[in-house]
Design a protein around this ligand. Sequence first.
Ligand code: SAM
Length: 467
Amino acid sequence: MDTEFRSQVPAVTPAMLSDLRIVMRRMADLGFTEASVEGALGLRPLAYRRLSSILPYRARLMAHGALGIAIRFWLLQEFLSLEEARQGLGDHAISVLNQMGWLHVTSAGLRSRVDLYPCCGRYFFTDSANNAFPWPEQVYWLGYDSYTLAYCTPRQPRARALDICTGSGVHAVLAAAHCEHSIGLDINPRALEFSRLNTRLNGLEAEFHPSDCYQAVTGQQFDLITLNPPFVPTPNQVPELYRTGGDSGESVTRRIIEGLPLFLRTGGLFSMSTEAPRRPGESPVDRMKEWLGPGWGIVGLYKQDFSIEEYILGHILGSDVVEADRADEFERWLDTYRQEKITSMTSAQFYALRLPEGSPGWSWERDYPPPYTDQSAFLGDWLAALQAWHEPWPGDFQPRLHPAVRQIYWADDCALVEWNGTHWFPSPTRLEAAHTRALRKALQSADLTGNETYVRQLGCSCILTPP
Ligand SMILES: C[S@@+](CC[C@H](N)C(=O)[O-])C[C@H]1O[C@@H](n2cnc3c(N)ncnc32)[C@H](O)[C@@H]1O
């Protein structure tokens, strides 16, 4: 069992905090951002790095000077010589990490007991992802699910934000930059210690409370609720808090979604990144509809599907299971998935918009290219378009071409739409005959009767402007 990474989260004095901020400024000056780290590693997203690839990473990072050293130290838990540490991190880092008990010093050199992640222009400390085996209170590092939620949550100013299952506090901290009041909740006290430190490190304010789901905010309402829950369907006695979602994988997710009618204000947004089970004849959005009841706009954006066998093996290999027990453990997991009728897992981003009283509910599901950069502005506009196009249109409304469209190539029974810089689905997008006919009518200001569904779909894809 690998215990050297299980260090305390220390009480940070104002002097230590000011030193840590100097270290963060140095990291910013070095260009320690998602894009530069991915460029230097030759890997995107950075969350997919694997210690088994350490040799190629080392070889690539040699060419990146101080940035390469910082990546080896913060994200690969490599031992550095004192000279390298000085060159890459600076003397402040060595001194403050040493005071915090986060420097592991051996005859092999110095290494970090924690990870440091860049995300959307901010920095986050967490327990190390590179620890050989997980332990129950291990605080979740920034995985691709964490980055997905950070990149896909619209950032317009709001009054009150709540992040449940906050882990390192990443989404509560990102919300704190745009919301008047931000609260993070987690059942794991160790996670709250990291969250509080990360909030101070980033010079923001947010509150954190120990809480099983909504327990600590009973009676309160919010305008934004974010969630990256523990989502892995797991048989009994697998204890890691950051991933164990019970037999179905949705034990926490379901409780939180069922609570939204109480805790999310009208006009509010729920944004969730998760890996959801797929079962025959039922989509994850169908389950959300059932848990929420009427009056919601629900969106599912599917990034990637995994077979259950690969999924289970990946999780067992990351567990504290000795090789001799692996085959039995694999069967035990497989039984759970079969009993739950799970046929595959989908990695996805979901939204639930709480619609004004009396609005008809709607839902929208589609594949979505995995996001590698911040898509929040674009997705915020898109959600607004979805909502507008599902409301009744004004009687005199005549749709026009959306500014996101650069060009349309027309053929007799199809059209190709090319997009304007804005990130959108495959460019060019091919429209089928019915959509092409509806688009011609809309652009010729012709009568749209009988074509409303196709026109609405064109609007929801940002080909036509919202009513
Ligand atoms: C996958 S991690 C996500 C962490 C962070 N939100 C992120 O995106 O990186 C799930 C988190 O849920 C927390 N958790 C598990 N069960 C919970 C519960 N019943 N109530 C609140 N938090 C819970 C875990 O401690 C863990 O920090």
